[in-house]
Design a protein around this ligand. Structure first.
Ligand SMILES: Nc1ncnc2c1ncn2[C@@H]1O[C@H](COP(=O)(O)OP(=O)(O)OP(=O)(O)O)[C@@H](O)[C@H]1O
Length: 581
């Protein structure tokens, strides 16, 4: 239980919690037959951590089991965004290059210290105060550049793999709409649980999560897409939470979990989170103006304004604390609304913000937070801990490819409109090409031009049927001009002629043109027995090499090389994608 709450719990609340815990224990007993413990092996000297979906072997103090909650303490967090421009560098900037100007350098978090332990820990404040930034920093999802201060988990620094072993539920629900609730949970389990966990165990874990989150009635219902009616908003959110819970994280982060949900669904989701926290998890979330029924579920809150902390403590101390600063909460007023009104005023009035911030820094609450955070600090033992870690390999790449391909296939099969559209379009294009190509005359006119036109159409259709058209359209048009179809390459500007060597159109059309014209006799339109033009003449005229077999195969080789280079570049780009915000 969160220590803030334990300081202030009255007898009634203690009794409620005991009842709740007993219920939890009973249900745990019932579910024990399917309960899996993927706690990494530990003994006195070593800790063995399996890092889900993370290719670099790594370690962390945080186990993937939630049998004991973790304590997250943060010390003097300051966060800056943008680039600091040195005066000397600044002088080199041309005024006309304003579109390339770097982002404004500013501080968005100021000396935030605190501690989140087992329970419901909320980050509150007016819009733009830094809630999401603090949450992302604690979850290690924010760019470390510009961050100062220390974040400790159970008193030790977070390992780089921290973000892969805690749960993080983003604001927008992310799932595959054509898959069912159960399939989405299984997908997450298959991809993120270590390979040592068997399929049977994964199924059992998913079943347990479905039961825990009350999703039994919709477990085999599809999530839903823009065109397909699916499960309700609350069920979607709970499924997204479940997709994180497959890891049994000790710490679960949620970015505004109630945004977009109606009042009762929001209540429902937050009650589930409360239940999870009672079972031994540290739940940390940012939230906008919760109603009272939700607010009373919180154990600890941080109120922020303009990147500064103005309150960090238990919820039942809020009214008393702010009354000592001269603010009175009216009878029946929601304490969150009461504080947010003060903070909105402080957002506009710097003096009010200074007053609130100074008062907080001098408060016994702040001193207590610092003392407890300091107590948590166990960094002296860090070296000893890191030297005793055993590292285990992550999920195999082929397994990841298998499950992602399986999901893609299911998605295609269950999205008949999309699959049908692709098939119909392909058939229609094939039919069109067949019509154009049907019974082409073996004459010089129009036989030659019709053949070349058809080949051009086939090549253009193949190349333009790509997932990234908008970006590459300019490149394609350049390649097309230098394919040799629209204008003879020999009549091009010499200084541009190099583009022909990187034109996929040219290589593809060369293959088809050689295939079509080699050995072809082309006769006069009205005298089919007089055939003055050979296909080779057309090839010569167009400057296409065709003398040897290599003249044909070199085009295939060039296309293969181009495809390989594009794949390699795409892979490098994927590796370089920033995984922080
Ligand atoms: N990467 C970034 N680039 C530019 N500005 C940023 C960035 N991250 C945060 N900010 C700025 O920092 C401030 C705090 O942003 P943050 O998203 O943390 O606030 P918030 O309290 O979560 O807001 P909201 O409730 O509206 O989601 C805002 O002024 C925001 O514009």
């Amino acid at each position: 239980m969160n220590s803030f709450s334990s300081l202030n719990n009255d007898v009634t609340k203690q009794w409620d919690l005991e009842t709740l815990n007993n219920e939890t224990i009973e249900r745990e007993t019932l579910l024990s037959s399917i309960s899996i413990n993927t706690t990494t092996e530990q003994d006195d000297t070593a800790q063995n951590i399996i890092v889900p979906n993370h290719r670099t072997a790594s370690v962390s103090r945080v186990s993937i089991s939630a049998d004991a909650a973790a304590t997250l303490s943060f010390h003097d967090i300051n966060y800056f965004i943008g680039d600091k421009i040195e005066p000397s560098k600044h002088r080199l900037n041309f005024p006309s290059r304003s579109c390339l100007k770097s982002q404004e350098y500013k501080q968005i978090l100021f000396n935030i210290s605190g501690i989140f332990s087992n329970g419901m820990n909320a980050i509150l404040g007016p819009t733009g105060c830094g809630k999401s930034s603090l949450l992302d920093i604690l979850a290690d999802r924010k760019d470390q550049h510009g961050l100062s201060g220390r974040i400790l988990v159970d008193g030790l620094p977070r390992h780089p793999s921290f973000k892969y072993i805690v749960g993080y539920v983003v604001q927008e629900d992310i799932f595959t709409g054509t898959l069912t609730v159960r399939e989405n949970l299984l997908f997450s389990a298959n991809l993120r649980l270590p390979k040592t966990v068997s399929t049977l165990e994964k199924n059992a874990r998913v079943l347990r999560i479905i039961t825990e989150l009350g999703l039994e009635s919709c477990a085999d219902t599809r999530m839903g897409t823009d065109f397909l009616r699916g499960v309700s908003g609350g069920e979607k959110k709970r499924t997204c939470i479940g997709m994180e819970l497959v890891l049994s994280p000790k710490i679960l982060f949620l970015d505004e979990p109630t945004t977009g949900l109606d009042a009762s669904t929001a209540n429902n989701v937050m009650s589930y989170l409360k239940k999870l926290s009672d079972e031994g998890r540290t739940i940390v979330f940012s939230i906008h103006q919760p109603r009272y029924s939700i607010f009373k579920l919180f154990d600890s809150v941080i109120f922020m304004c303009k990147g500064e902390c103005v309150y960090h403590g238990p919820i039942n101390n809020i009214e008393t604390y702010f009354s000592t600063l001269g603010y009175q909460c009216k009878l029946h007023d929601n304490p969150t609304d009461f504080v947010l009104d003060i903070l909105i005023d402080a957002h506009r009035t710097p003096e009010t913000l200074t007053k609130l911030n100074d008062a907080y820094k001098q408060s016994s609450m702040h001193i207590d937070v610092l003392a407890r955070a300091q107590q948590e600090d166990n960094t002296e033992n860090q070296e000893l801990f890191q030297s005793t870690i055993v590292v285990e390999a992550a999920q195999a790449l082929r397994t990841e490819i298998f499950y992602v391909s399986q999901r893609t296939l299911r998605n295609a099969l269950r999205n008949p409109a999309m699959a049908l559209a692709q098939v119909v379009v392909s058939i229609m294009i094939g039919f069109l090409v067949g019509l154009v190509f049907y019974d082409l005359k073996k004459t010089t006119d129009p036989g030659i031009q019709d053949r070349l036109g058809t080949i051009f159409f086939i090549v253009v259709n193949q190349i333009f049927s790509t997932v990234a058209l908008i970006i590459v359209v300019l490149i394609y048009v350049g390649m097309m001009v230098f394919s040799g179809f629209l204008i003879k390459l020999t009549s091009m500007f010499n200084w541009l002629s190099w583009i022909q060597w990187i034109s996929a159109f040219r290589y593809a059309s060369n293959v088809l043109t050689i295939n079509e014209f080699q050995g072809l006799k082309l006769c006069l339109p009205n005298q089919t027995d007089v055939c003055p033009v050979m296909g080779e003449d057309v090839l010569n005229d167009r400057g296409i090499d065709h003398g040897t077999a290599w003249d044909l195969w070199k085009n295939f080789f060039a296309l293969t090389m181009m495809t390989t280079i594009v794949f390699v570049l795409a892979y490098i780009r994927l590796l370089r994608i920033k995984k922080t915000k």
